[in-house]
Write a protein that binds this ligand. Structure first.
Ligand SMILES: *Cc1c(COP(=O)(O)O)cnc(C)c1O
Length: 383
């Protein structure tokens, strides 16, 4: 006889990320459909660009298809190409180094700070050579790179800064918005970022000429006077009006979203700080308060499990996780190209192997945070 009717209801899974789309998203999308403006020509694009640039205190916003191509355009707009080197953290997403490599330049990578997981600024100057053209700073997981310190280094050596602020909407550094520092700064609006357009990105800058370059590169380098005659190769990196409509609605709520993430970070920190040998994100540094883009943890050497085993274990409890970034100097794709071979950056190597993040989306409830924390204690409590 089957007793399946008596089986307990399965525990619902806790996804690693779930966005909040309960503002004016539907209203603005409907407006696109009703007016027929769905391509990049529609009015929400300029509205999103202006509102977003203003939010980070910049003169220009150039909306693009995603945060990865924002970096491609930024590198090329700065005139970086063959023979040039760009300094970049090894602990980041592939998009950063890929943009440098695709432009024909060489990524020169720097290890991470063990506490903030951002690029270790003590190691940057030793990597500068006569070929260095720019430093690509990346704000990691909710804490920024110390941009005032990095700016001083860049100024001393006459280098441009590309600021990848894809994870940093609403984050400040020394009281200034992230995204306000680079010669060009970039954002992503992928659904796991603080605000989302499904897919989408933005380049912001105060420099009129660089803004114009980015606009041109985004739009196939069509020329105003002779549209189909090209002096340069660009891309179609345009954002649609539909995506921008979502962006305008999401941006209206950024000031609500940041405190939600901070409460999540505080709740996890309170519940997990007694776990032996588990490193949690720093709540703050001298120059910034964490916005907890994601809540990452790093397992200390006293734990037998590495991140892969830990994530598998949490998966058995139906808790979604994601691994940390894998360092650029350990990427097979770059080794095959003869790049970044034989380098050692021990901090990044360790956090890549021992680090992962737990459910961190905007829709996460207090009860879900409790369950994740209880399971974490069960799994990692006895080291
Ligand atoms: C998400 C992210 C990107 C890429 O953005 P996409 O929109 O997914 O292409 C780039 N850099 C960092 C640091 C990111 O977190």
């Amino acid at each position: 006889m089957s007793d399946s009717n008596q089986a307990p209801a399965p525990i619902p899974p806790i996804p690693v990320n779930e966005p909040l789309l309960d503002g004016r998203e539907k209203q603005y999308l409907l407006e696109c459909i009703e007016t027929g403006w769905i391509s990049s020509e529609g009015p929400f694009v300029a509205r999103f660009e202006q509102a977003f640039a203003a939010r980070v205190g910049r003169k220009h916003g150039i909306a693009v298809a995603n945060g990865s191509v924002a970096l491609d355009a930024a590198v090329v707009a700065l005139g970086i190409g063959p023979g040039d080197e760009v300094i970049v953290p090894t602990f980041t997403i592939i998009s950063c180094a890929a943009a440098i490599v695709r432009a024909g330049a060489v990524p020169v990578v720097v290890d991470s700070d063990p506490l903030t997981w951002n690029m270790d600024l003590d190691q940057v100057e030793a990597r500068i050579t006569p070929r260095t053209k720019a430093i690509m700073a990346v704000h990691i997981y909710g804490l920024p790179t110390d941009m005032l310190r990095l700016q001083a280094i860049a100024d001393r050596h006459g280098l441009a800064i590309i600021e990848d602020a894809a994870e940093a909407h609403g984050l400040t550094c020394a009281g200034r918005p992230c995204g306000s520092f680079g010669n060009l700064s970039t954002f992503s609006f992928y659904p796991n970022k603080h605000i989302t357009t499904g897919e989408g990105g933005m380049i912001v800058t105060d420099d009129d000429a660089l803004a114009e370059r980015c606009r041109s590169l985004r739009n196939l380098c069509f020329q105003p006077a002779r549209r189909f005659v090209h002096e340069e190769l660009g891309w179609n990196f345009r954002l649609t009006n539909l995506q921008a409509a979502l962006g305008v609605a999401q941006l209206e709520r950024l000031d609500e979203f940041v405190p939600i993430k901070r409460r999540m970070g505080a709740a996890y920190t309170q519940r997990l700080s007694d776990l032996p040998g588990v490193q949690l994100p720093l709540p703050r540094t001298d120059y910034a308060d964490n916005i907890y883009w994601v809540f990452g943890v790093v397992l200390g050497p006293e734990h037998d499990m590495d991140a892969a085993a830990a994530m598998k274990k949490l998966g058995e409890y139906r808790i979604g996780t994601r691994p940390f970034f894998w360092p650029m100097h350990e990427q097979p794709v770059f080794h095959k190209m003869g790049l970044l071979k034989g380098e050692s950056h021990p901090v990044a190597e360790n956090i890549a192997r021992r680090g992962f993040y737990v459910p961190s989306g905007l829709a996460l409830t207090e009860a879900q945070i409790d369950r994740v924390s209880t399971v974490m204690h069960e799994v990692f409590g006895k080291s």
